[in-house]
Design a protein around this ligand. Structure first.
Ligand code: ZN
Length: 207
């Protein structure tokens, strides 16, 4: 999306490879295939705020500190963020596989988007342009709403035939290559692991 971005907290360039904030949001679990080894990188409100800032959403620059002060004693915001993420994954992976959108997932994402608008912390000065939607004060409900709108944007705007699921880790990404042949979330992780595994298999078959 952006040529240069600033990364915060635990977010690295290699963790934001989806090509759209909604896809990167679903990829905040390290692995969706080897689930036993997976790390959930949305561990706190600060992680969520750092993610939003790293993904380029328009939020107050002091969001991480502000939300850390607001606190999330019951963990509700993080639990809701993870739920939103899983509903987004269900909907976007259905699109990637050419399946019908799961109505329950769509309903949940839309409800969180609407709640964010209703709570008054979001401003949308140019309704024809989603990139003008911004979070004006550090509010977890507004932040989740902002992310939910990104998910709706991805569902509406990204062509399903270019949405991919990485066969090794299950991450979602948008294939913007000219030929449309991108197979891996990234060559330097999953692509290389696959190559190494094939190499090992060929060697043991020869032995
Ligand atoms: Zn992968």
């Amino acid at each position: 999306m952006q040529d240069e971005r600033t990364l915060y907290g635990r977010w690295r360039e290699t963790r934001l490879v989806g090509g759209h904030p909604a896809l990167d949001f679903t990829n905040s679990v390290s692995d969706r295939v080897a689930c036993a080894e997976a790390v959930d990188r949305l561990g706190s409100l600060a992680d969520l705020a750092d993610w939003a800032r790293s993904a380029g959403l328009t939020v107050p620059p002091s969001l991480t500190n502000d939300l850390s002060r607001v606190g999330d004693a019951a963990g509700n915001a993080v639990i809701r963020a993870r739920t939103l993420r899983e509903e987004a994954y269900a909907a976007l992976s259905a699109r990637a596989q050419g399946e019908a959108l799961p109505p329950d997932s769509l309903a949940q994402v839309s409800a969180i988007a609407a709640e964010g608008m209703a709570n008054g912390s979001l401003r949308w000065p140019e309704p024809n342009d989603l990139s003008s939607l911004r979070l004006e004060r550090p509010d977890p409900v507004g932040l989740l709403g902002l992310i939910a709108w990104q998910i709706l944007d991805a569902l509406v705007r990204l062509p399903g035939e270019r949405l991919r699921v990485c066969p090794r880790c299950g991450w979602l990404f948008f294939d913007s290559t000219r030929g449309g042949k991108r197979r891996w979330c990234q060559m330097r992780t999953c692509g290389n692991r696959e190559k190494a595994q094939r190499h090992r298999q060929a060697k043991s078959a020869a032995a």
